[in-house]
Design a protein around this ligand. Structure first.
Ligand code: B12
Length: 215
């Protein structure tokens, strides 16, 4: 049986130009044609958002363009999420994830959450602008193995430290690990704030989580 493959590069264009209806339409066509969802994310969608960021930095794009590109990205991601998710296996561990206080960026965090789910983790997503106390309370209540923190701004990245300090004070979380990420975050920063791990991308987040749980 042969089926014509949709042109996935159009998804890159649709996200770059913030055309949400086109982004969902192309994604659905790609799903129907059984294009690898992982490939769509890493080869089209993330590069498109990188280019959006570059244009913003160069003063070619402004906040409205960021917003509509983000919306197009999320629409496409919503369709792909179930396909990236696990296929009915026992959870390998529980992760509480969120974007730190003051930060509204949720695309990268959403991707990390989907990839962890896809790898068999039970993921509790607390959303964006999450205060340190909420991370700690939820991780303790849900008996999380890992807290995953996302920060996209150099200002909000500082909140990572608050979460780590608060969790270290909570005895019931003494076995819980913390992993961090987001555009401004580095391994050096992770070492400074005492995080258990850092990754620059969603695939790395999965390897990191697996590694920490097997240790
Ligand atoms: C889209 C976007 C927005 C959208 C967000 C929409 C949404 N729903 O998320 C909107 C318009 C809301 C927005 C707002 C702002 N933004 Co903005 N935004 C971006 C942009 C273009 C893309 C971010 C993105 O989604 N990337 C795609 C995803 C897939 O990548 P990612 O988030 O980096 O995630 C990956 C990795 O970092 C990692 N990762 C992420 N989280 C985690 C967590 C863990 C545990 C691990 C292990 C890994 C990991 O894995 C992910 C997948 O590979 C970036 C530019 C950029 N290149 O980052 C600017 C950017 C982050 N924004 C910026 C700014 C300045 C702002 C505003 C202050 C603008 C303004 N003047 O209002 C506001 C702040 C609002 C707030 N309080 O949060 C700056 C930050 C500068 C800085 N150094 O602090 C950037 C870098 C743009 C720039 N070059 O200047 N933004």
């Amino acid at each position: 049986m042969t089926s014509s493959q949709p042109d996935a590069s159009k998804l890159y264009e649709a996200i770059l130009t913030g055309d949400a209806p086109a982004a969902t339409e192309i994604t659905q066509a790609a799903i129907d044609a059984q294009v690898d969802p992982q490939k769509l994310v890493t080869e089209q969608m993330i590069p498109a958002m990188d280019e959006v960021g570059r244009r913003f930095e160069q003063g070619e794009y402004f906040v409205p363009e960021l917003l509509i590109a983000g919306r197009a990205m999320k629409g496409a991601l919503n369709l792909l999420r179930p396909l990236l998710a696990a296929r009915g296996v026992e959870p390998v561990g529980r992760v509480v994830i969120g974007t730190v206080k003051g930060d509204m960026h949720d695309i990268g965090k959403g991707l990390v959450a989907s990839m962890l789910e896809g790898a068999g983790f039970d993921v509790i997503d607390l959303g964006v602008d999450v205060p340190a106390e909420k991370f700690v309370a939820q991780a303790a209540e849900k008996k999380a193995d890992i807290i995953a923190l996302s920060a996209l701004l150099t200002t909000t990245m500082l909140s990572i430290k608050d979460v780590i300090q608060a969790m270290r004070k909570n005895e019931s979380l003494n076995k819980c690990k913390v992993i961090i990420g987001g555009a401004p975050v580095t391994q050096q920063y992770a070492d400074t704030v005492g995080a258990d791990g850092y990754s620059s991308n969603a695939n790395g987040a999965v390897s990191l989580a697996r590694q920490l749980l097997s240790a």
